[in-house]
Design a protein around this ligand. Structure first.
Ligand code: ZN
Length: 96
């Protein structure tokens, strides 16, 4: 629980994107490798109820094809992609 959700909350992005419960779910999706990078800015997320496409634009804003995102504008899949990409950026980061 420590470390990464906090860091994401810090960015502010995730707050708009997911509730705390969604975030926890999103973290599990990432941890169980259920987020596949398809192409630049395009991800497949294998959720509990189906596989959804999450698209991230140049600004880092994400959208998902699941019904939850369509109705609420937030979901654990989109949050999972944000988590994954922030991690990647972190890992790839050159020593400053
Ligand atoms: Zn979704």
């Amino acid at each position: 629980m420590d470390g990464f959700p906090k860091r994401l909350y810090h960015t502010g992005l995730i707050i708009d994107l997911a509730s705390e419960r969604m975030l926890e779910k999103a973290r599990k999706l990432v941890e169980s490798n259920r987020v596949e990078h398809l192409a630049e800015g395009t991800y497949n997320v294998i959720g509990d109820h189906g596989t959804y496409t999450v698209v991230q634009n140049y600004a880092g804003k994400v959208s998902c094809s699941c019904p939850g995102f369509l109705s609420k504008g937030k979901c654990s899949h989109a949050a999972a992609v944000v988590i994954l990409t922030s991690f990647k950026h972190k890992k790839r980061g050159n020593p400053v």
